[in-house]
Write a protein that binds this ligand. Structure first.
Ligand code: DHB
Length: 398
């Protein structure tokens, strides 16, 4: 335990240097506001964590228009629709035709690398690999962030505001007293088995595949690397699954709808949990929460990163107001503005999840009813447009 601490101050102390924390400090810097961002993980650890790969148009615009990087256009792939596969066939949802928008396939790890590079390029203060992180005096005018840096030196930073962008296992959100917060949870009785495989793409667009054996998602990364997932029991141990067993399971699920996957060596495998979570409000005293620290969505529909970026775009504006006025009222405006999008995304992620996955105790009625729901969505311009607008990020909400 360190006894001496270096004392300093900044305007905004950010706990968490993932995409939410780094994008926030980038946006604040553009508004002339100083910040320090810290993270328990090393830069390398964050880079090596596989996450989702789909960006809404508004997320792409935020990266490009604020000068983070235009690599998302050069190295990413534009997708103008998805396939919903069920009942023996694929059904295309045409995002461009229905919602006038597209998505970009560009992995979250690349978004992180672009942001970390941009903060380094612009002289931003980001400390990876710190320990002993604690925040305090949140109801005072000068809240504090304490941590030990990767060289073992203790720090105490006084700030005007503290932001908890510290992910789904957030320590900051627990600083809000129980009497002043509401937490909403939903658990799901399944998880995703995710793989990366060295193979060519199996289809031009993503396939969201419903089958009586369970859901499968065929996504992509590059011309030579593909990302795929299939619904599994949350207790599944990835080590129990050989490459052959994984391919048999994936092929039988997509085969039910007439697809055949191009196979290759499986270079990564892991099980991803499913949960819905929201904590309201997204502020307390001079503490504000952003991204997964305040809300988690199940992965179906890839809303997690997009929501985090949407949060910090609004938060940067409201923090600018709060700092100019020396007032905390804009934090509650932030919470209200962010939560309206959060709950739409909660509904969308829940809806996509429950429409496409097979419950462990599903009856034949349940499966046929889901096929009826999917036929209603794909067979109706109104239904397909609803999905296209939500998937691409809601028009007017950019
Ligand atoms: C990916 C993940 C998702 O959850 C999704 O809905 C689409 C794509 C991905 O990792 O590529």
């Amino acid at each position: 335990m360190t006894t001496t601490r270096i004392e300093s101050r900044t305007q905004v102390a950010v706990v968490g240097a993932g995409p939410a924390g780094l994008m926030l400090s980038h946006l604040l810097a553009r508004a002339g506001i100083g910040s320090v961002a810290v993270d328990l993980r090393s830069r390398r650890e964050i880079e090596e964590t596989h996450r989702a790969g789909i960006l809404e148009q508004g997320s792409v615009d935020l990266l490009v228009e604020t000068g983070v990087s235009d690599r998302v256009h050069r190295d990413g792939y534009r997708h103008d629709g998805i396939e919903l596969a069920f009942g023996g066939a694929g059904h295309r949802i045409d995002f461009r035709g229905l919602a006038g928008a597209s998505t970009q396939l560009y992995p979250q790890t690349d978004v992180f690398i672009d942001l970390a590079d941009a903060r380094a390029r612009d002289g931003g203060d980001v400390r990876f690999g710190v320990t002993d992180v604690a925040v305090g005096e949140l109801r005072s005018d000068k809240p504090v962030l304490r941590f030990t840096d990767d060289g073992g030196t203790g720090h105490e930073i006084r700030a005007d505001f503290v932001v908890g962008a510290d992910g789904s296992r957030s320590l900051c959100r627990n600083e809000v007293p129980e009497t002043e917060r509401t937490q909403y949870f939903r658990e799901y009785p399944f998880a995703w088995f995710g793989i990366l495989t060295e193979a060519p793409p199996s289809a031009p667009e993503l396939i969201y595949n419903h089958s009586p054996r369970g859901f499968a998602l065929i996504s992509q990364r590059t011309e030579t690397l593909q990302r795929m997932y299939f619904q599994c029991d949350p207790a599944t141990d990835p080590a129990d699954w050989s490459d052959d067993r994984i391919w048999d399971e994936l092929q039988s699920r997509v085969g039910a709808n007439g697809y055949r996957l191009a196979e290759g060596p499986i270079v990564s495998r892991s099980v991803l949990p499913f949960r819905s979570f929201v904590q309201e409000p997204m502020h307390h005293g001079r503490l504000v929460l952003a991204g997964d620290a305040a809300h988690t969505v199940p992965p179906t529909g890839a809303k997690g990163l997009n929501l985090a970026l949407a949060d910090v775009r609004v938060l940067a504006e409201e923090l600018e107001r709060a700092i100019a006025a020396g007032d905390t009222a804009p934090l509650s405006t932030y919470s209200e503005r962010a939560l309206s999008r959060v709950w739409k995304a909660q509904h969308f992620s829940y809806w996509m999840t429950t429409m496409l996955h097979t419950l462990p105790d599903a009856t034949p009625f349940d499966v046929r009813r889901q096929e009826g729901e999917l036929a209603s969505v794909t067979g109706s311009t109104a239904g397909s447009t609803f999905l296209a607008e939500a998937y691409t990020g809601w028009p007017g909400a950019r």
